[in-house]
Design a protein around this ligand. Structure first.
Ligand code: MG
Length: 428
């Protein structure tokens, strides 16, 4: 019979049930990732507006995963593993974000840099690497910091926000999962003992702390050999609350982990947005109308702000709508003389660039022009090409079609042209 009284093996990744964890019923701990929230006043807000920073540790050279590159630089779902971790922290609204990198990897990280992303060089140990990042954050009025393993790309903005919120109640907080499998002590391929699992947790990151406290802890001697930051915090006597972890927040370590992570990511819901736009412009004097970027000879023109491209305006508003970013008037106020007579492609290009900046691809766009005249059909292909060029997508993702209104209403009386548009945006 195995001796059930054998103590658990020493492991730096198991943390005993200690100080009160966060209440899972706490509404802050549930639901989708909240937008960046103002802090409660206990945290100073810096001139940069950054009360909670993030450190993503990615300086290791570990190649146990297989392949020629360290695991944080291997490709997962079309991007480096580290890029997924970074995206989650940006989505959760943390700033600044400090990437701790091996000096040899600085060039590799160039495309990840942004105004809210900084880099520091890693040290000889994990702890030294974290300390370098914490020192870079010191003295900037940043109250809190979340420290994350770059090789955990499945971290969600929701989990990040839970850790951040828990720092209202404790100087340290970290996600973990209670051990549910039986634990054995084994040697030479045989079970020698069963280890009681009660009170044992599997630790995850991000691990969150009050910055001053964890920096002081990292400056101490004991920190040098710690495997993670909770170990550093405990050595310094800090309370660390245990939060519910996430089974998908795996650390990529072994061959096969990338494939497993890809499967999990494939099963996650994709962020898909649709938007609609509608616009009308009245006929006036002129010899041509500009529709969807194409000048169509006609016996009248269209009146309006800018070049009165009713189709392009509807499409632009559809993109702003999908992003919940208002409409053309908000971004290009008609009261501002600089936009008088402007080409509408400026507006459409702005909306498309905004979608791209928010991480979306335009997967389809459909414009319907409503008029009796001019005839749209002969120009529809040129219009599709013009819109696709401005949007930066293939022409087969852009539709331009037309209808009459059976001579009913203002379009039927040939007083003007109306346009409807819809778009679909897909994240990633
Ligand atoms: Mg308009």
């Amino acid at each position: 019979m195995p001796d059930a009284t054998v103590p658990p093996p020493e492991t730096s990744t198991a943390i005993a049930a200690g100080p009160a964890g966060a209440d899972p019923a706490d509404p802050r701990a549930e639901g989708p990732a909240p937008a960046p929230q103002p802090d409660d006043g206990t945290a100073e807000v810096t001139a940069e507006g950054a009360a909670c920073a993030a450190v993503i540790v990615a300086a290791g050279r570990g190649t146990r995963l297989g392949g020629p590159l360290p695991k944080q630089w291997q490709t997962l779902a079309g991007q480096p593993v580290l890029a997924h971790s970074l995206a989650a922290f940006r989505a959760a609204g943390l700033a600044p974000i400090v990437l701790v990198l091996h000096p040899d990897d600085m060039a590799r990280a160039a495309h990840l840099l942004a105004p809210d992303v900084e880099t520091v060089s890693g040290g000889a140990t994990r702890s030294a690497s974290v300390r370098n990042a914490l020192e870079a954050l010191a003295g900037r009025g940043i109250a809190r910091v979340l420290i994350h393993d770059g090789a955990r790309p499945m971290v969600t903005p929701a989990l990040i926000s839970r850790v951040r919120a828990a720092l209202d109640e404790a100087p340290g907080a970290a996600p973990a999962l209670a051990v549910s499998d039986a634990l054995w002590l084994g040697a030479e391929g045989r079970v020698e003992a069963v280890v009681p699992r009660a009170g044992l947790f599997r630790a995850q990151t991000p691990q969150g702390f009050h910055l001053d406290a964890i920096l002081a802890a990292h400056r101490s001697e004991e920190a040098q050999t710690a495997a993670d930051d909770v170990e550093v915090a405990l050595a310094a006597g800090l309370d660390v609350a245990i939060l519910p972890g996430d089974e998908d927040n795996v650390k990529l370590t072994m061959p096969g982990d990338i494939a497993r992570a890809s499967r999990i990511m494939g099963a996650q819901p994709v962020d898909i947005r649709t938007g609609t736009g509608f616009d009308v412009h009245r006929f006036g004097p002129g010899a041509a109308v500009v529709l969807c970027g194409v000048s169509v000879p006609f016996d009248r023109g269209l009146e309006g702000h800018s070049d009165a491209d009713v189709g392009m305006h509807a499409l632009t508003d559809a993109i702003y709508g999908a992003l919940a970013e208002g409409d053309i008037g908000r971004h290009f106020p008609p009261s501002d003389p600089q936009w008088k007579g402007a080409e509408s492609r400026i507006f459409l290009r702005h909306a498309a660039a905004l979608a791209e900046a928010r991480g979306f691809r335009i997967t389809s766009a459909d414009v319907t022009l409503i008029c009796e005249r001019p005839k749209i059909g002969p120009h529809a292909e040129a219009m599709r090409a013009a819109l696709a060029g401005i949007l930066g997508v293939a022409a087969d993702r852009v539709s331009v079609k037309a209808t009459t209104s059976e001579r009913l209403g203002f379009a039927g009386r040939e007083e003007g042209i109306a346009a409807l548009a819809s778009v679909m945006l897909v994240a990633g």
